[in-house]
Design a protein around this ligand. Structure first.
Ligand SMILES: [Zn+2]
Length: 314
């Protein structure tokens, strides 16, 4: 039986993680324990179909929980401060106002943010950045994205882009030092750090230094066998990553940098990151703590649920 008063703040929170292929919804308790989650395929071509699919997921969650949970959404792309979405992964949603449309459909407040930023928010609550005033969350996976939380809230800015470190240009000094070419990035810019330090970038570096392929799995195996090509690629990789994160320290001075995404599972990267950052900071400034993410793949729905909770209670 559903409650009849839709204005009542629900104790449950729904987090939706919208990707280019799947949409996942999770139902969370006030203590952020996930009760259940399920997935559907993402309709990417027709906006009404896309919106209808999300609405259906929310209705299913209402039926399963017997409540009207708060709604938070995360998705890749840029979501400006008017909540207009620009997303290459879900083309039908680009230029649309998902929040406004979903609020009309559900009669509830809806909050939305970029998925990498929600990763930072998730790690801020009970995760690797728990209770720290300034938490930077960096994802290094198929891409490089991140977000900044100050006193437990995502930093909201005019373009909502603060912390998007992947599309800052790589250090020209390092490109010259390692004789690296300026690479074209999918975003349309040249020389973005993402093209060197995300998963495909690491594979590319491995081949650049003489490997026969771009496999990051093989790179890790070879690194652990002290293969000189893998070692050269690793030295260059850590220098580029350290330089990029040193900029984050100078811009935001975080208490902790939480690292997630596929490459965060490579211990050699996490273990050597503080030292690599300090190589690019002047004397007297030390690296913040580097922590591996605690919530991994669940951080998408979890971060979205926290955002929805904060928005419902605001
Ligand atoms: Zn770029």
């Amino acid at each position: 039986m559903l409650p009849t008063n839709r204005e009542k703040v629900s104790p449950l929170h729904y987090g939706l993680d919208i990707g280019g292929t799947k949409i996942e919804i999770g139902i969370f308790t006030p203590e952020l324990k996930m009760l259940e989650s399920w997935r559907i395929s993402t309709p990417t071509k027709d906006y009404d179909e896309f919106l209808g699919a999300i609405h259906n997921l929310i209705k299913q969650a209402d039926e399963r929980s017997g409540q009207y949970g708060s709604i938070g959404i995360g998705m890749p792309g840029i979501i400006d401060n008017q909540n207009k979405v620009k997303s290459a992964n879900v083309p039908c949603a680009s230029g649309k106002f998902i929040v406004k449309d979903l609020q009309s459909l559900t009669g509830r407040k809806v909050a939305i943010a970029n998925d990498c930023r929600l990763f930072a928010l998730s790690e801020c609550y009970g995760g690797a950045g728990d209770k720290k005033p300034v938490v930077y969350g960096a994802i290094i996976g198929t891409g490089a994205g991140g977000g900044l939380c100050v006193n437990g809230e995502l930093l909201q800015t005019v373009n909502n882009i603060a912390g998007e470190y992947g599309h800052v240009a790589a250090s020209g000094m390092l490109l010259r030092q390692y004789n690296l070419p300026v690479r074209a990035c999918g975003c349309g810019l040249l020389g973005c750090i993402e093209t060197y330090i995300a998963g495909p970038g690491l594979g590319w570096l491995y081949k650049f230094f003489g490997a026969s392929n771009e496999s990051t799995t093989e790179f890790v195996a070879q690194l652990r066998m002290n293969n000189p090509i893998a070692q050269k690629a690793f030295t260059c990789y850590m220098d580029l990553l350290g330089s990029s994160f040193a900029s984050l320290v100078l811009y935001y001075d975080p208490d902790v940098i939480v690292v997630g995404g596929g490459l965060s599972k490579i211990n050699e990267i996490i273990d050597n990151l503080s030292g690599a950052i300090e190589q690019h900071l002047f004397d007297g400034i030390s690296s913040p703590k580097i922590r591996k993410a605690e919530y991994g793949d669940a951080s998408g729905v979890r971060g979205a649920a926290i955002l929805g909770k904060q928005n419902a209670l605001a």
